[in-house]
Design a protein around this ligand. Structure first.
Ligand code: GLY
Length: 308
């Protein structure tokens, strides 16, 4: 069996973002994750490693680069799922961990639960000695100031945060799906959520079936406006299509088509991987940088930088 790793840097407008920086993040992350598979690691090991790399990049909306909420604070969601065991773990509305995806994995492995949220989840991260998030970076703070300037009042921002994000240029969430040498699949996702969200808001990235899903046949990770993804159960839909016999590319296209028919364009994207090793990225936004690598060649393939 040959391993495959697929990652994405978030669906969105990607206006004003340096393409070379994103390509470098994709290459570095795929190399880091594929090395895990080459070294005999599991699909779960690889997706967590890759997602941590994306969280640590500081230029994407997750981990160190997470966008601010209405009050300028960072609240993050993350999830992981092991397709072989069917078990998932998720951390919702956390502020403490530098790598929320690592906390989601600990919740999967150490508890009988699927999701822990808020201050209690942060306490678990502290107890486990996970690295602390340093708080919003200068880059994130600057962005917050810029965005606030364009809004007339807090209420106006809250009610129009999606519209505003579209206007200002946005990109969302990171994620990874992998197939390991034993043919097992896994999915991982991490996000700072929607810019200027209401404090305490939880999005799709903490919800199995919505932001992420994996079983023995396929794995998928979604990105976009969480309020729409939670209602279309986008990741579950794509994995169900793969389980019915569709290849990863058709499943991704059909799932996005369905999502767009419900919620319109500029709302979502997803990456998919099937048990045969086929990988795909589909989106209804202007761009969704994504890429994949296989253990056989370690060659990196990048896509999604332009409009579909
Ligand atoms: N897709 C991430 C979020 O809406 O929170």
């Amino acid at each position: 069996m040959k391993g495959v790793l697929v990652i994405h840097c978030g669906a969105g407008t990607w206006r004003g973002v340096d393409e070379e920086t994103i390509k470098k993040v994709i290459v570095d992350t795929l190399r880091r994750g594929i090395d895990v598979l080459v070294g005999g690691g599991t699909a779960l090991d690889a997706v967590v490693e890759a997602t941590m790399s994306l969280e640590d990049s500081g230029v994407l909306n997750a981990g160190l680069g997470s966008v601010p909420d209405l009050r300028g604070n960072v609240w993050m969601d993350a999830g992981v799922m092991d397709g072989w065991s069917g078990r998932a773990g998720a951390a919702a509305a956390v502020t403490y961990p530098k790598n929320p995806v690592l906390l989601a994995r600990k919740i999967l492995e150490l508890t009988d639960h699927i999701m822990l949220a808020g201050s209690a989840a942060d306490e678990l991260a502290i107890k486990l000695g996970l690295p602390k998030h340093p708080g919003p970076s200068e880059r994130v703070k600057k962005r917050y100031e810029e965005v606030l300037k364009k809004a007339s009042s807090g209420d106006a921002v809250f009610k129009k945060s999606f519209e505003l994000a579209q206007k200002l240029g946005y990109f969302d969430t990171v994620g990874a799906v992998a197939l390991d040498n034993e043919g097992k699949l896994a999915a991982a996702v991490s996000t700072g959520g929607v810019i200027l969200k209401f404090p305490g808001r939880v999005g799709d990235s903490a919800i199995p079936g919505a932001g992420f899903y994996a079983n023995k046949y396929g794995a998928a990770v979604a990105t976009g406006i969480g309020e729409t993804i939670m209602m279309s159960m986008l990741s579950l839909r794509a994995v169900n299509l793969i389980s019915e016999g569709y290849l990863a590319d058709t499943a991704a296209r059909l799932a996005i088509q369905y999502h767009t028919s419900l919620y319109g364009k500029d709302t979502a994207g997803l990456i998919t991987l099937d048990y045969r090793g086929n990988a795909y990225g589909a989106y209804n936004t202007q761009a969704m940088p994504w890429g994949y690598a296989k253990t056989e060649t370690r060659e990196v393939v990048i896509s999604g930088l332009k409009k579909p």
